[in-house]
Write a protein that binds this ligand. Structure first.
Ligand SMILES: Nc1ncnc2c1ncn2[C@@H]1O[C@H](COP(=O)(O)OP(=O)(O)OP(=O)(O)O)[C@@H](O)[C@H]1O
Length: 325
């Protein structure tokens, strides 16, 4: 590939990537393209495949099938990773080195590093410069770990759950620093279980579950989807006609119930749906309305009504309870 091609290539290109660990398919035919300067949130439950995807982007693992490119190059090639800054979920820092020494050590690997004072300032670590890293709090360690990923001024930053376990203040310092760095032109990909984190950082959201991309959309659209409600009720017949009610997006589950069917619907507007249900004269009982999980919201988006094969299946677990509203 020519240099010109590299210059015009997207920051990240993932094409039909599958990655297995023994019998587990961690990524199943995933495709994703991220342009220069985008900030993308990878949102999904535990075991969705987010870390695996980042490990492929970071060149730590190779895909079993498909192609991964960073700025047009294979991330397994060390030259492709010179533009990359990463912070894994767990970071080991040398306990006895001072914060400024660690920053200087990392900066020594780059031709044009960010000045130490700027790095520390961005992450609220200026007062910690003389402390040994072993004496930092969890939140301070985490901020230092993310700061170190930016020392070399990477064009692409991969962050795996950057603020898990941090208190509110530490989260906000980190989010502000990342937003500022992105505003300077960097491409950022961040994984999280938490909608709040994705909401604070991302413009575009890719929802991953069970190794597949469930949705890839603007943040505002995802927030609309999360506002979906889950309505469960028992009706005399099969409940087939309930999808026609205004405000109802899809049928999520149906189970045989005594003298009828227990039906779970995903509704974009539960108030309208309930009014229409009453107005329709349909006999129903035991109505429950609650927030839908992200997974349900996205299944509602991606499915066209109920899947006949899954129509009478047992209730599916709620995969992303943290983001249920
Ligand atoms: N090294 C490994 N060996 C075996 N299985 C693995 C390995 N790494 C990941 N997996 C499996 O692959 C699947 C995807 O895991 P992955 O860590 O990518 O998910 P995740 O979305 O990052 O989850 P979490 O949010 O919990 O970090 C899981 O079923 C996991 O158990």
């Amino acid at each position: 590939m020519t240099t010109a091609t590299h210059a015009t290539a997207p920051a990240v290109l993932v094409e039909h990537v599958t990655r297995r660990f023994g019998p587990v398919t961690a990524l199943d035919d995933v495709s994703l393209q991220v342009e220069h300067g985008e900030i993308v949130g990878l949102l999904g439950p535990n075991g969705a495949g987010k870390t695996t995807l980042l490990s492929l982007l970071g060149g730590l693992r190779a895909p079993d099938e498909g192609t991964v490119r960073l700025f047009g190059r294979n991330p397994r090639d060390p030259a492709a990773r010179t533009s990359l800054g990463t912070t894994p979920q767990e970071t080991g820092l040398p306990q006895t080195l001072k914060v400024r020494e660690v920053v200087d050590f990392v900066a020594g690997h780059y031709t044009d590093p960010m000045p130490r004072a700027e790095v520390l300032e961005r992450f609220g670590l200026t007062d910690m410069a003389e402390k040994q890293t072993g004496a930092l709090s969890g939140g301070q360690k985490r901020r230092l770990a993310v700061a170190l990923a930016l020392v070399g001024r990477p064009r692409l930053v991969l962050l795996d759950e950057p603020t898990t376990g941090l208190d509110v203040e530490a989260r906000h310092v980190l989010w502000d620093a990342l937003r500022t760095y992105h505003a300077d032109g960097a491409t950022v990909i961040v994984t999280s279980h938490y909608l709040e984190e994705i909401e604070a950082l991302a413009e575009r959201v890719v929802v991953v579950a069970e190794g597949r991309v469930l949705a890839d959309d603007r943040l505002a659209r995802v927030l609309d989807l999360v506002a979906a409600r889950r309505m469960t009720l028992t009706v005399d017949g099969t409940g087939d006609d309930l999808t026609a009610l205004p405000g109802v997006q899809s049928v999520r589950e149906r189970h045989p119930a005594p003298a009828g069917t227990r039906v779970t619907l995903v509704a974009s507007d539960a108030d309208t749906a309930v009014r229409a249900l009453v107005g329709s004269g349909t006999a129903f009982r035991d109505l429950e309305v609650r927030g839908a999980s992200l997974e349900e919201a996205f299944l509602a988006l991606t499915s066209r009504g109920v899947d006949p094969a899954a129509g009478l299946a047992p209730a599916a677990p709620t995969l992303v309870p943290e983001v249920t509203r």
